[in-house]
Design a protein around this ligand. Structure first.
Ligand SMILES: Nc1ncnc2c1ncn2[C@@H]1O[C@H](COP(=O)(O)OP(=O)(O)OP(=O)(O)O)[C@@H](O)[C@H]1O
Ligand SMILES: [Mg+2]
Length: 467
């Protein structure tokens, strides 16, 4: 519970979405702003140059300086706006006309000769007292025979105001884009994520009791979007595995209870009978001996169950070693010699080589198979134990003569607690776990165990170690 909660996917995606929308609008706005700004500046520059050119011509042909001086009103009407600055004068003398209502300081400008054409390069930038940018240029002109200098400038008050209002609109558009994209994105995402919430609600509904029930408890993947198919399929597969595991666990514990109940019941029965009256020392000894036998069986049962439970916990610790198989077979045969002789059985081994396997587990698997063979083989017959390898794959076979098993019984031999024909084989020392343990050991080695009846009344178990 210490891990920090991550913000919701909806919130994060919505914010990202809104941010993208805002940046897009800002980018478009910036582009338009820059191009409009450039156009406005160009127009203002051209106006200044056009005015200078106009007056230069007027002075040369029609309008004399004297006439201008006597009627300044006429001149002022010729200007476009209050922001325009216009100064006419002879060089070295105070100006004859000076229109500069805002008293803006003027930059140093080069004077363009009277015959030279005006161009953008002749303009200079300055700043009014209010901090508004202005553009100015100056030309030389002839009025009659007098040389005069004309200076025109434009203070860009209107342009700046227009650009400022344009900027304002861009900010508003950006904010709106953010808010609208966030709202719409949120609504759309909530809709889009509905299948996920449905899945979560569905998962929350599942309990061990409802786990194994019919399809109704599985996620329906055909009304989920494609992206979630994989998830819902994996989820369903997981539920199937869990249901299967749970089912087997239930079966296992039921079998276990059943298996333990019988020997415990019999122990209790023996004790109760013995306690009904005073017994001789011999009788008590016999009782204890038989109880001990029963307890040994329970102990073996518990040990086997523990082994299987641990093997189920996935890759238990496998300690593989190169094993000399001829040696191993001899060893098992030697170990079981006494038991085999009791039933006039003969164990014959063949084959050899070096196999990489866990020695303790391999011996255990092999012993279980040989113990079965000795227990179930027809008395006086022969047990064959063979080891063989080709293409890196190893086969260990244990074969004996015994009862004919029905195909249905063959497939069940490796089930936990399965014992064959109960009337014939039910013995106090049989738990039905030996072959389940063999299968678990082979599974740990990445191999398998198979059973076959090559001819009637012969049964052959094969341990297969893959290459
Ligand atoms: N070699 C064999 N020949 C004939 N039947 C066999 C042979 N091996 C196993 N079986 C049958 O398979 C059943 C299951 O064998 P498994 O080894 O799992 O249990 P078990 O021998 O009955 O008990 P445990 O091995 O736990 O003491 C046996 O009860 C028996 O009926
Ligand atoms: Mg057995």
């Amino acid at each position: 519970m210490r891990s920090r909660r991550q913000p919701s996917l909806t919130l994060r995606t919505t914010l990202a979405f809104a941010l993208v929308a805002m940046l897009t609008v800002a980018g478009a706005g910036l582009y338009l702003y820059v191009s409009i700004e450039r156009t406005v500046m160009q127009r203002s520059d051209h106006a200044v140059l056009a005015r200078l050119d106009h007056f230069r011509k007027l002075l040369r042909y029609d309008l004399t300086l004297d006439k201008l001086e006597s009627s300044p009103q006429l001149f002022e009407n010729m200007l476009d706006s209050e922001e325009d600055i216009f100064i006419i004068g002879e060089p070295g003398n105070p100006p004859v006309i000076s229109v500069n209502p805002s008293r803006a300081p003027l930059p140093q400008v080069p004077v363009v000769g009277q015959d030279q054409a005006l161009s953008d390069a002749d303009l200079r930038s300055g700043m009014s007292l209010e901090g508004v940018p202005l553009r100015a240029a100056s030309v030389q002109a002839l009025s009659g025979n007098t040389e005069v200098h004309l200076l025109a400038a434009h203070v860009m008050v209107k342009e700046m105001a227009m650009l400022a209002s344009f900027r304002q609109r861009i900010y508003v558009a950006m904010t709106l884009a953010f808010v609208i994209a966030a709202l719409l994105g949120y609504l759309l995402l909530r809709r889009g994520l509905r299948p996920l919430r449905r899945m979560a609600a569905h998962a929350a509904d599942i309990t061990p009791a409802t786990l194994d029930s019919h399809r109704g408890r599985r996620l329906d993947s055909h009304d989920t979007p494609v992206e979630l198919h994989q998830l819902s399929d994996a989820f369903n597969a997981m539920l199937d595995r869990l249901a299967d595991g749970y089912q087997r666990l239930m079966q296992f514990s039921a079998d276990l209870a059943h298996e333990i109940r019988t020997p415990v019941g019999s122990l209790m029965g023996h004790c109760q009978v013995a306690l009904r009256q005073a017994r001789s020392v011999d009788e008590y000894q016999a009782l204890l001996a038989s109880n001990l036998e029963e307890l040994e069986r329970i102990s073996r049962l518990v040990e086997s169950i523990l082994f299987l439970a641990r093997a189920d916990e996935a890759q238990a610790v496998l300690e593989r070693q190169p094993l000399d198989m001829e040696n191993e077979l001899q060893r098992v045969a030697g170990y079981f010699e006494g038991l085999a002789e009791e039933r006039q059985l003969h164990i014959q081994t063949s084959g050899g080589g070096t196999l990489n396997a866990d020695p303790i587990l391999l011996r255990r698997a092999l012993s279980n198979l040989v113990a079965n063979a000795i227990r179930y083989a027809d008395a006086g017959s022969e047990i064959l134990v063979r080891v063989d390898s080709h293409d890196g794959e190893w086969l260990i076979q244990v074969e004996n003569q015994g009862p004919v098993l029905a195909p249905a019984a063959l497939t069940r031999l490796f089930d936990r607690f399965y014992r064959g024909d109960a009337s014939r084989h039910q013995r106090s020392d049989s738990n039905g776990l030996g072959l389940a343990i063999v299968a678990a050991i082979m599974h740990l080695h990445g191999g398998r165990v198979t059973v076959a009846q090559p001819v009637a009344a012969r049964i052959r178990f094969t341990l297969v170690f893959p290459a």
